[in-house]
Design a binder for this molecule. Structure first.
Ligand code: AFP
Length: 340
């Protein structure tokens, strides 16, 4: 019997235990972040279970549709939003919530107010639900100083000021990837225990990858640097092999693959959408935070993505993120264009 392996299997590092360990390194900590995270984890478990049952329960029906029992059904993204908003407010640790699903930010009432601002997309990639493709929840967390008034300025901050960011992917397994600013760790839900267990400690993205990921259907509207970069992926000038193309169209799934296998994910600006498609607060920032923490880079075409200062809560930005060397290459192409 391999006792070492056995000991490893029986000594389960749950996400709560992991965060409590981290917390113990900060004696001044009051445990509020651990409580907040446990409410996010609860939301993820609920959405995971709802996504798994979607086909059976016909949860993917249109919002407001009624099922055979005559009960009103909610679309899965509407339901996920409700679950996260309620879980976050009931944690008693949040003050401002910005959700992809809600036009306006939610200011938590004073009796339930805490010090964290959470920006999130409760179910990103929801146009993929009906065909069973992996989708996910993305979140970023800002911290408000004691005694400060909760104003929108707290969420209109550069992504580098985030305290933590992560995503939960609902795929063949349910995986939660988290960074609290000291590296990136991945936890997989063990359905029999109902616990997220550390399965991907200290994720580091390969320095250079062999995959590029972009919606090539938009190619006719791309700017020069993006078009040149993708051309180089297919016809490298340095004698290396062409890169493989992988594109799911669900950011969590595309970014998860990029983080684990390396490569680059691009959602550039184009002539029709000069700001790209992806939202700064709850898509671009959290994923850029994770990429940098894993040793990669994230660039908007103009600047380091995490330096961007959003002016509106639902603002969009172009984004190029992934392996350090691959992002370096696209940065060089934009720099060259600017010089001309
Ligand atoms: P949906 O939530 O509408 O499916 O959009 C998903 C998404 O915001 C992001 O997850 C994808 O990376 C991106 O859009 C895909 O966009 P395209 O369909 O334009 O390629």
């Amino acid at each position: 019997m391999d006792h070492a392996a056995e000991a490893h299997r029986t000594d389960l590092m749950t996400i709560t235990r992991f965060v409590l360990n981290e917390q113990s390194k900060h004696p001044e900590s009051r445990g509020d972040f651990t409580i907040l995270l446990s409410h996010i984890v609860l939301g993820c478990k609920f959405v995971c279970s709802a996504v798994n049952k979607a086909g059976l329960a016909k949860l993917f029906g249109l919002a407001g549709e009624t099922n055979v029992q005559g009960e009103e059904q909610k679309k899965l993204d509407v339901l996920s939003n409700e679950v996260f908003v309620k879980a976050l407010i009931s944690s008693g640790r949040t003050c401002i919530l910005v959700s992809e699903e809600d036009e306006e930010a939610i200011f938590v009432e004073p009796s339930k107010r805490g010090r964290y601002c959470v920006v999130f997309d409760p179910l990103d990639g929801s146009s993929n639900i009906d065909c069973g493709v992996s989708i996910g929840t993305i979140f970023g967390i800002y911290h408000m100083k004691d005694g400060h008034e909760s104003t929108l300025d707290y969420v209109l901050q550069p992504g580098k000021n985030m305290l933590a960011a992560g995503y939960c992917m609902y795929g063949s397994s349910c995986t939660l990837v988290l960074s609290t600013g000291t590296g990136v760790n991945g936890f997989t839900l063990d359905p029999s225990l109902g616990e997220f267990i550390l399965t991907h400690p200290d994720i580091k993205i390969p320095k250079k990858g062999t995959i590029y990921s972009v919606n090539e259907g938009n190619a006719k509207n791309w700017d020069g640097p993006t078009a040149q970069y993708v051309e180089r992926c297919k016809f490298p000038k340095d004698g290396s092999s062409p890169k493989s193309l992988r594109y799911i169209g669900s950011m969590v799934a595309d970014v998860h693959r990029t983080l684990l296998y390396g490569g680059i994910f691009l959602y550039p600006a184009d002539k029709r959408s000069p700001n790209g498609k992806l939202r700064v607060l709850y898509e671009v920032f959290p994923m850029s935070f994770l990429m940098e923490q894993a040793g990669g880079q994230a660039f908007t075409g103009k600047q380091r993505a995490l330096e961007l200062v959003p002016k509106k809560i639902h603002e969009r930005s172009p984004i190029f993120l992934g392996s350090y060397d691959d992002v370096e290459e696209i940065k060089a192409l934009y720099a060259a264009e600017e010089k001309e």
